[in-house]
Design a protein around this ligand. Structure first.
Ligand code: GRF
Length: 223
């Protein structure tokens, strides 16, 4: 990592509110990182607009222009390399990525998922949680491997599911936590404090906290 911090490449498909949280954490120097490029598979992604507004290169890469998912990911990797990206962040990226990308950035691709994995992987996590009737839900930042939402877990935050919750109200409560734990996971990586041991990710020198909000590992999030 250079003096300017970890060089991030963020992949988005839609609204891009997690991207915004990352950009804000970077500009407020709460995390030692900077977004170097934002890539979207969808031209109308608001994430591209947020990037442009912040003078970050924003690129729409059209999947239809490639004959396979591997070729598409090859093009993504080329762009990431051009921008000398150290860490790839999937922030609401709706495509399954292939070993082309995972292999080029082994343990250097992370994803945010809006449930407490391994519960409710895939699409419509909030709907799944409500239909199941769980009383606690949350979000997970994990390393990305070849499985869907199955890589080793870095950090999770829990929220209660309240009577009368809809997908929208639950999503809003979970998003608040996403904006905390995703920048925090990036900062762990910037500080080189994560050690991957099989499925488990060990956090070096954690600062214990008495914070009653359910964040695990139990650390003080200074964001
Ligand atoms: C978030 O809930 C994230 O966990 C999931 O997709 C949603 C993206 O939201 N992977 P945004 O585009 O960051 O606003």
């Amino acid at each position: 990592m250079n003096k300017a911090g970890l060089r991030l490449g963020v992949l988005v498909s839609g609204r891009g509110s997690n991207l915004q949280a990352i950009i804000q954490a970077c500009s407020a120097v709460k995390i030692h990182a900077a977004v170097q490029v934002v890539i979207s598979d969808r031209p109308q992604s608001q994430g591209l607009e947020h990037a442009r507004r912040n003078r970050i290169p924003a690129i729409h890469l059209d999947p239809k222009a490639y004959s396979s998912r591997e070729d598409y990911d090859e093009a993504v990797v080329r762009l990431l390399r051009e921008h000398r990206v150290d860490l790839v962040v999937l922030a609401g990226y709706m495509r399954l990525i292939t070993s082309r990308l995972i292999g080029s950035y082994r343990n250097r691709v992370i994803n945010i998922h809006p449930s407490l994995l391994p519960s409710f992987p895939g699409l419509h996590a909030h709907r799944q949680a409500l239909e199941w009737g769980v009383r606690i839900s949350g979000c997970t930042v994990h390393f990305v491997d070849e499985t869907m939402d199955g890589g080793s877990i870095i950090i999770q935050a829990a929220v209660p599911v309240l009577d009368g919750d809809t997908e929208e109200t639950l999503e809003a409560r979970v998003l608040e936590q996403e904006y905390r734990i995703l920048p925090q996971a990036i900062q762990f990586l910037a500080e080189e404090r994560l050690e991957v041991s099989g499925r488990r990710v060990i956090l070096k020198s954690p600062k214990p906290t008495t914070d009653v909000r359910m964040v695990s590992p139990m650390i003080e999030i200074g964001l």
